[in-house]
Design a protein around this ligand. Sequence first.
Ligand code: TYD
Length: 213
Amino acid sequence: MPQGLFITFEGIDGCGKSTQIAMLEEYLGSAGVEFRRVREPGGTSVGEKIRNVLLDKKNDNMDPVCELLLFEAARAQITSEVIKPSMEQGITVISDRFFDSTYAYQGYARKLGTDVVSDLNLTATGGLKPDITFLLDLDPVTALARRGIRGEAEDRMEALGMEFQSAVRAGYLDMASRDDRIRVIDASRPRDEIASEIISVTKESLIARGYKV
Ligand code: TYD
């Protein structure tokens, strides 16, 4: 059995990750690739509790370092409890966000610095890295409009506003310019066009792993 892939999706809030993950899941299912979908923060019993603390708007006085450590705490749990065991069984894992979110949100936008994030990411993941990261790049004005159309209530992170989302986007693009693992996808295009790009990159990687897809 070929080894599974570890695929992550990144982008600012409202960039369309959920739709694209669902479309990739549909492809993997039809191609007979065993996969598991997870999300960060959360994805475990411990992690979902941490998620509630992180996203609760009542916690509007949370210290940025407390925030950083909670994201990393949830990551340590999901990595050891779900992601690594799944991969050891040859299962492809799709994660809705992973450590690049912490670089962009806490390292860049919260200005905690990328060195400290890098050290904590390493501790939380034990060195596990995604095989492919899809960065759905979208301007924050369009992303906000999309969230409005869906009628979603804002969580604590989303309530940080346009300037914060712009800093997150700039952080992501900076990282992508320095790491080939991160594929920048223009998320302003029609969703089928985006999905076919994501599926074709994934297919190529699966074939390289020995999958007959
Ligand atoms: P979520 O509702 O999952 O948002 P989305 O659907 O946009 O992924 O909320 C997760 C929020 O937490 C989102 O605003 C991004 C933020 N976040 C960080 O700030 N740092 C992190 O390390 C992670 C994983 C998420």
